[in-house]
Design a protein around this ligand. Structure first.
Ligand code: NCD
Length: 321
C-alpha cells in the first residue's frame, strides 16, 4: 500500500452504518479524525489505495449530487471501483423487482452497498438481507449518518473541538434526515441546541425527548436573528418538499426563512453557516463570500470523511483479515 497506513477505527470493519446511533461517541471521534487525515488524499496530493480490488455499489433510488459523487470520488481515491445505480427507471425495479432482491443481488456483485431510498427503514431492511456492509446514504425522512460525520468534521475543523458548541438547527426539522442524525450526534458531544423551525415542521417530539434524556440543553427560537446572536454554528436546511403528503401544506411554509448578510449582522464573527445542500433559496448568494460561509468546505469534506469511513469498513485489517 502506498502512503497511508491508518484505516480508521478497527471496530468498524465489516459493519453496517444505518443510523448515527450505530456509532459510539469514540467511534464518531475517530472517524472525524480519520477524515481529517484523508484531506491530502482527497485532494489528490497524496496517494493511498487500501480499497484496491474492492467494489462498492452505489444504489441511489432518490436524487443525489453530492452524496453519490463524493462517495464515488472517495472509493476511487482509495483505489476501489464503483457500480452505480443512479436512475431507478433503468433497473429491474421498474419491472417490479423488490428492494430486498435488488440488494441481495448487489451484495453478490460488490463488497459494500451505499443505499439511498425514499422509504424510512429501507436501509435497515437492506442490512437484514445483505451479507455485505450497508451504508445508509439517506432513508426517507429517517437518517443520514455519513452526512453527520462530515458535518462534525466541518465543525471540528472550524473550532478545533466538538464540545460545548452552540448550534442553531434551522428549517425543516420534521422531515430533514440530516437533522435527525446530526441532532443526536451533537447531543452526544454536549452541544447546546437551538431549534428554529416553522411551527408545522418541529423536531419530532420523541426525538427531542431522547436528546433531553441524553442531557442535551435544548431551546426553541423561531426568530432567526435572535437564534444566531451568540451561536457558533447556524445549520440551515431546505424544506423537504418531496416528503410533504400535501403540496398545499408545503406552499404554506415555502420561502418563510432566508439567511442574508443582514440576518448575520448581529452574529459572532466566528459563526459558521452550514447547509447539507442543495439550497433552494434559504441562503442568499451574498453570504457565500463572507467568512461565515462553510457550506462549500462542508461539501468538500464529504470526500475525505467518506474515505476514512470506507477504509475503516472495507480496508484489509492490519492482521490481513
Ligand atoms: C440532503 C439529503 O439528501 O438529505 N442532501 C445531502 O445529502 N447533502 C439534504 C437535502 O436534500 O435537503
Amino acid at each position: 500500500m502506498v502512503g497511508l497506513r491508518f484505516a480508521g477505527p478497527m471496530s468498524l470493519h465489516g459493519r453496517d452504518v444505518i443510523s448515527i446511533r450505530d456509532l459510539s461517541r469514540d467511534e464518531i471521534e475517530e472517524l472525524v479524525a480519520a477524515g481529517r487525515k484523508m484531506v491530502p488524499y482527497a485532494e489528490g496530493n497524496k496517494i493511498t489505495h487500501p480499497l484496491e480490488n474492492k467494489i462498492v455499489a452505489m444504489a441511489f433510488f432518490e436524487p443525489s449530487t453530492r452524496t453519490r459523487l463524493s462517495f464515488e470520488s472517495a472509493v476511487q481515491r482509495l483505489g476501489g471501483s464503483c457500480l452505480t445505480i443512479a436512475d431507478v427507471s433503468a433497473t429491474s425495479m421498474r419491472k417490479g423487482e423488490s428492494l430486498s432482491d435488488t440488494i441481495r443481488m448487489l451484495s453478490s456483485y460488490a463488497d459494500a452497498i451505499v443505499l439511498r431510498h425514499p422509504n424510512e427503514g429501507s436501509a435497515r431492511l437492506a442490512a437484514r438481507v445483505s451479507d455485505r456492509p450497508i451504508l445508509n446514504a439517506g432513508d426517507g425522512a429517517g437518517q443520514h449518518p455519513t452526512q453527520t460525520l462530515l458535518d462534525l468534521a466541518t465543525m471540528q475543523e472550524a473550532f478545533g473541538t466538538l464540545s460545548g458548541l452552540k448550534v442553531v438547527l434551522l428549517g425543516d426539522l420534521k422531515y430533514g434526515r440530516t437533522i435527525h442524525s446530526l441532532a443526536y450526534a451533537l447531543a452526544l458531544f454536549g452541544a447546546e441546541l437551538v431549534l428554529s423551525s416553522p411551527p408545522t415542521l418541529p423536531l419530532p417530539p420523541e426525538e427531542r425527548q431522547e436528546l433531553e434524556h441524553m442531557g442535551a440543553r435544548i431551546t426553541e427560537e423561531p426568530e432567526i436573528r435572535k437564534a444566531v446572536q451568540d451561536a457558533d454554528v447556524l445549520y440551515v436546511t431546505r424544506i423537504q418538499k418531496e416528503r410533504f403528503p400535501d403540496e398545499a401544506e408545503y406552499r404554506k411554509v415555502a420561502g418563510t426563512y432566508r439567511i442574508d448578510s443582514s440576518v448575520l449582522s448581529g452574529a459572532k464573527s466566528r459563526l459558521i453557516v452550514m447547509h447539507p445542500l442543495p439550497r433552494a433559496g434559504e441562503i442568499a448568494a451574498e453570504v457565500d463570500s463572507t467568512p461565515h460561509a462553510a457550506y462549500f468546505r462542508q461539501a468538500f469534506l464529504a470526500v475525505p470523511v467518506r474515505m476514512g469511513l470506507l477504509a475503516a469498513i472495507l480496508a484489509p485489517t492490519r492482521k490481513g483479515g
